[in-house]
Design a protein around this ligand. Structure first.
Ligand code: PAF
Length: 277
């Protein structure tokens, strides 16, 4: 496995071979492993799988967890080696951003909804760094998880609107045995919070099942809210029923609806979603 820490060190693409990128912020776990496996399946055994690890300061708000975000460099490197990654790109913040940077990639519609309401500037940071990674690493395809459903939708929009010739490959959410979606942030949870966090998935599944009885926004969100409230440490930050394409709130369940939720356990904000209809 080659490791590049500067843009100048990134090897040029091998002529005739594909390259698939898995952008990450590190603290790699089972769900990243799944993204890397899908990248390998997509590019084939002769192609290149590239993993980037960069904790992107631009996508963290003031008071966010940028400083405390886990950075287990050696473990991450080992993880990539075991999964036959060809190139690990692990730049510093100084390498990626000039002090007087003044150009950003700002998606102007989908980013205002859902997560965008409580995390202003977050998706501008995501789009800017992913656009830079695309330019630096020149992949044919890039792989993202469906847990970050809105991120996926916004990056698809960015690729379309900026005419990147890059396929976006989506991978279903990977879950723990009790249904909690894998996330690098799960490691912040104490034992009791971790136990209770399983309520997130449970509430989404109950919400989905309840649409057989009723499909109105008010009733559905009520069921999910009440279920989550049964976990004493859970605090809902956002809960919405939206069209999975436009991410706009909808009044009743229809084909291709998305139920999306963000819940705090202590200071840790966890997100999840489920498709309905
Ligand atoms: O999903 C993530 O881990 C990050 O948002 C990404 C896509 C690597 C950009 O920093």
């Amino acid at each position: 496995m080659q490791i590049a820490t500067t843009i100048a060190d990134v090897p040029p693409r091998n002529a005739g071979k594909g390259r698939v990128l898995v952008p990450t912020m590190g603290a790699l776990h089972k769900a990243h492993g799944e993204l890397i496996k899908v990248a390998r399946e997509t590019v084939g055994k002769d192609g290149e799988v590239v993993v980037s690890i960069f904790v992107n300061p631009l996508q963290f708000g003031p008071g966010g967890d940028y400083e405390r975000y886990p950075r287990p460099e050696k473990d991450d490197e080992e993880f990539c080696r075991k999964l036959d990654v060809d190139l690990l790109f692990r730049p510093s913040a100084e390498e990626m951003y000039a002090d007087n940077r003044s150009v950003f990639v700002d998606e102007g519609s989908l980013s205002k909804l859902l997560e965008g309401k409580s995390r202003p500037g977050h998706f501008r940071g995501v789009c800017t760094v992913v656009a830079k990674l695309f330019n630096i690493l020149q992949p044919d395809a890039a792989v993202f998880g469906e847990k970050d459903f809105q991120q996926l939708a916004i990056l698809r929009r960015m690729v379309r609107d900026l005419s990147y010739k890059i396929d976006i490959v989506a991978v279903p959410t990977v879950r723990e045995d009790d249904g909690l979606a894998f996330s690098s942030r799960n490691r912040y949870l104490n034992a009791e919070e971790r136990k209770q966090a399983a309520i997130i998935r449970k509430a989404l599944v109950i919400g989905k099942a309840s649409t057989k009885l009723f499909g109105s926004r008010t009733d559905l969100l009520h069921v999910v809210r009440e279920t989550i409230a049964s976990a004493s440490l859970a605090r809902i930050d956002d809960l919405d029923l939206v069209d999975a394409e436009t991410l706009q709130p909808i009044e009743s369940v229809k084909p291709n609806s998305l139920l999306a939720v963000a819940v705090y356990f202590g200071k840790t904000r966890l997100i999840d979603n489920i498709l309905l209809g």
